[in-house]
Write a protein of this length. Structure first.
Length: 268
């Protein structure tokens, strides 16, 4: 492989899944982060290989990062390469701005792979001593140590498959880039938005409803708002609850990452 094809990409929202737990006088521990799992619609590639999902995991001790790309007819010939673009500083205004701010890029076809770094004006070969490539047309594994992609704590990335003969391609995501945080093992979740009924908080003998209404992700100082709904209704006992502290633990699962937020209310 000796040629790198690129195309601009735009951002898309992911799926927000929320679960809730309530206790009085007790706070549940936040669960550990899971592997980042990112999906892309199937059947949207035309004549290009179809990318359907990307799973990202990392080893905090060694710094090795693994990308598992799933789909059909991936890198099945020299005319059907698959590209993994990494915006290592999670800043689309640096790196190749025509390629979503990518700083590093892999290209894989049936004959081998290429690995490049953006030097400010062009793509050039870069160090690859930690790179491992394996798999076949239904799944490719690309592994690289963070030391060879700028030592990021979080980064943006995208995958593109191309039918070079017919100039067709499939981008995952369809718009923009995914995000991965090495600390969260998935997107970096910073906050959620709650709506409660009653708005003033729980009342003795009344139902109390907590509804998460939004998710906030922060990528290098840039705040992204996701949308999603969920709710839970709790029956607050009438006797011996006034003045007590009620703590609600909201656990957010987003593209493989999981994080718990604790909210404290006083029963009136």
């Amino acid at each position: 492989m000796n040629e790198h094809k690129r195309s601009p990409k735009r951002r898309t929202a992911g799926l927000l899944v929320v679960t809730l737990l309530t206790v009085i006088g007790l706070v549940a521990a936040a669960p550990a982060g899971a592997t980042g799992k990112y999906t892309d619609p199937s059947g949207d590639s035309g004549s290009a290989p179809d990318v359907t999902s990307v799973t990202v995991s990392s080893d905090k001790t060694s710094g090795q990062i693994m990308f598992q790309i799933s789909g059909t007819n991936l890198s099945s010939s020299q005319n059907d390469p698959t590209f993994l673009d990494i915006d290592s500083d999670a800043n689309p205004l640096t790196g190749d701005i025509l390629d979503g701010g990518a700083d590093y890029s892999f290209g894989v076809d049936s004959t081998g792979y290429g690995f490049w770094h953006w030097n400010g004006s062009d793509w050039v070969d870069t160090a690859y001593s930690t790179v491992r490539i394996s798999g076949g047309s239904s799944g490719l594994m690309i592994s690289v140590n963070k030391s060879e992609i700028g030592n990021p704590t979080d980064f943006n990335f995208s995958v593109t498959s191309i039918d070079m003969a017919n100039k067709k391609f499939d981008s995952a995501p369809d718009d923009g880039n995914y995000n991965y945080s090495l600390n969260d093992s998935g997107p970096s979740i910073t906050a959620i938005t709650l709506q409660t009924t009653p708005a003033a908080g729980p009342k003795a003998g009344k139902k109390f409803v907590v509804a998460p209404t939004g998710l906030t992700l922060t990528l290098k100082g840039r705040t992204l708002a996701g949308v999603g709904t969920g709710g839970c209704t709790f029956n607050v006992a009438k006797k011996k609850t006034r003045g007590k502290t009620m703590k609600v633990v909201v656990t957010v699962n987003y593209e493989g990452a999981s994080k718990a937020f604790t909210y404290t209310f006083r029963v009136s």
